[in-house]
Design a protein around this ligand. Structure first.
Ligand code: SAH
Length: 273
């Protein structure tokens, strides 16, 4: 039994109370859009899956790697309708595993970075279902690479913080903790909270001309990198309203982009706004 199981099941790991062997769930990171950013381990898991349960942010081209007989279940947002509740998704995973299926739970980026992989894992553990996590390249890492923004850089940024703009309860993070010298901030799901982010950071003394980049549709052919500064974050976000997914990188490191990008300008085709 894995370490999360508080009451060890005497039948051993991956069995129910009657000792019937369950299937297995793999929480797999699909990376940020570009199918070539999958790990080999993720690819193998996808190829061997009986069922794939996937989210909105997963590039559909990745599903082409699955076997013909593989069942594919979409649990993301449908037009206008909300996505399935987290508990419902977790329940689907449990039920499929109990049918003895080899289940891949495919998520954009990395399952453990703002991906609720922990919540699904906890429920699987509670049901004594064997699961494994296969990491993926998270949006911050993918978008930083594809937009030539090093998240850390000697003498400019010695730490990087991943922050979510969406909070279940309470307020956004304590702004004072986020405003540290030599730090890069990456906001996931931050576009809708642009005004709060701008206000919070400026109030804590961050310079209004602090550089930032908003990367939309990162690591895809539609990727755009919008470079501006803190005092125009709200207006930029308004312009980009509804464009998804979008990631905000704030930091002096954004300035390095121009120089890093120059030598390879001809190779990449990115539209600057
Ligand atoms: N588990 C995912 C994050 C899920 S939260 C990961 O590790 O990347 C969803 C948020 O991630 C989006 O609102 C956006 O802020 C960011 N995101 C995910 N994919 C992205 C992409 N291709 N380009 C830009 N932002 C992305």
């Amino acid at each position: 039994a894995h370490q999360y199981v508080k009451q060890p099941n005497l039948m051993g790991s991956g069995c129910d109370s009657e000792g019937i062997k369950h299937g297995k769930v793999q929480l797999v990171g699909a990376g940020p859009n570009d199918p070539e950013l999958l790990t080999i381990k993720a690819l193998k898991a996808i190829q061997q899956a009986d069922v794939i349960v996937f989210d909105r942010l997963v590039n559909r081209e990745i599903l082409d790697f699955a076997a013909d007989k593989c069942q594919q279940i979409y649990v993301g947002k449908r037009c206008g309708q909300p996505s399935l509740k987290q508990e419902e998704i977790s329940q689907i995973l449990v039920e499929l595993a109990k049918l003895g299926k080899r289940v891949v739970r495919l998520k954009g980026g990395d399952p453990f970075i703002f991906g609720r992989g922990g919540e699904e894992g906890l429920l699987l553990a509670k049901h004594n279902i064997e699961f494994e996590v296969i990491p993926g390249i998270t949006a911050a890492i993918g978008c930083a690479a594809s937009s030539y923004i090093p998240l850390t850089h000697r003498e400019i940024a010695r730490s990087v913080t991943f922050v979510t703009g969406q909070v279940v309860t309470g307020a956004l993070p304590a702004w004072s903790e986020l405003v540290k010298a030599g730090q890069t901030l990456v906001f996931y799901m931050g576009l809708e909270k642009a005004q709060e982010i701008q206000q919070g950071l400026v109030e804590q003394g961050l310079n209004p001309d602090f550089p930032l980049a908003i990367i939309t549709h990162g690591c895809s052919r539609q990727q755009k990198v919008h470079v501006s500064c803190l005092d125009s974050l709200t207006s930029k976000a308004r312009e980009l309203k509804g464009v998804s997914p979008a990631l905000i990188i704030l930091g002096e490191v954004v300035k390095l982009r121009e120089e890093l990008n120059m030598t390879i300008e001809s190779v990449i085709s990115q539209e600057e706004v």
